[in-house]
Write a protein that binds this ligand. Structure first.
Ligand SMILES: *[C@@H]1O[C@H](CO)[C@@H](O)[C@H](O)[C@H]1NC(C)=O
Ligand SMILES: *[C@@H]1O[C@H](CO)[C@@H](O)[C@H](O)[C@H]1NC(C)=O
Ligand SMILES: [Zn+2]
Length: 229
């Protein structure tokens, strides 16, 4: 884990940007600046911090999560835009090709270390921006599982995150699927990076078998058995 530690990337990002490799532009637009959550964002998190972690997370996703060191493997965008917006459906949502909306009421309701929790959310949402989704054919449970897998790998999970062996379906999504993907990584090193690569154009559940030698249902049974469920 050490060479891929999220904190190592915090420093790497600075040296990469000195060499001008990070050509991507990160933008933060606080549309909710007049609301309590928007004010709190400006006071406690702020645009400079947000832009900095967007770069750090972007490099972390390409290098450690998807292992796309060749730019031709990466999803190409020329900017990523984070909007702070009033909405209540979720903490955050990735939309379009390269946009993230973060809920101002979510920010207003946070207790504890705001920057730390906001970083967890951004690890999840930035993964959506850069992951392959089989041109829209990958099931949402797997999409959400991969986004939470990034949070897990970065050691940025929050209280209540699933434990290994939790859940009753591999494609339940979020932390349950993230824990299962972590298990698959143990069977086939860099499983998630390889799976993501296969999903560039289309999705097939058989990719699990192609990569591990076992169908996904067998993997799930083995996983549950390993943790005594
Ligand atoms: C995100 O917020 C922007 C700016 O307010 C808005 O134009 C866009 O429709 C929102 N997207 C979603 C998916 O809510
Ligand atoms: C993960 O974070 C916790 C605290 O949030 C820390 O105690 C632990 O050492 C970290 N683990 C790794 C592998 O960095
Ligand atoms: Zn998501």
């Amino acid at each position: 884990m050490a060479p891929h530690s999220f904190f190592v990337y915090t420093f790497l990002t600075f040296s990469l940007s000195f060499h001008g490799i990070a050509a991507l532009e990160y933008r933060v637009i606080n549309v909710a600046a007049a609301t309590p959550g928007g004010i709190r964002f400006n006071n406690k998190i702020g645009n400079p911090f947000t832009k900095q972690i967007m770069g750090t997370i972007n490099n972390y996703i390409w290098s450690a999560i998807f292992q796309q060191n060749d730019p031709s493997d990466q999803k190409q965008v020329d900017s990523v835009n984070t909007y702070i917006v009033e909405f209540d459906e979720a903490a955050g949502i990735a939309w379009g090709n390269n946009n993230i909306n973060v809920s101002s009421s979510y920010i207003n309701g946070l207790v504890g270390d705001l920057k730390w929790q906001f970083t967890s959310l951004m690890l999840h949402e930035m993964t959506h921006v850069f992951q392959w989704n089989g041109e829209g054919t990958t099931p949402s449970g797997l999409i959400e599982g991969i986004a939470d897998y990034t949070v897990l790998r970065a050691n940025h999970t929050q209280w209540g995150f699933a434990n290994p062996g939790d859940g009753d379906r591999w494609d339940k999504g979020y932390a349950v699927t993230a824990r299962f993907l972590e298990y698959c990584d143990g069977i086939t090193p860099a499983f998630v990076a390889k799976l993501n690569k296969l999903m560039r154009v289309t999705y097939d559940v058989k990719y699990f078998e192609d990569l591990t030698g076992k169908p996904v249902d067998q993997l799930w049974q083995d996983y549950k058995a390993k943790y005594g469920h």
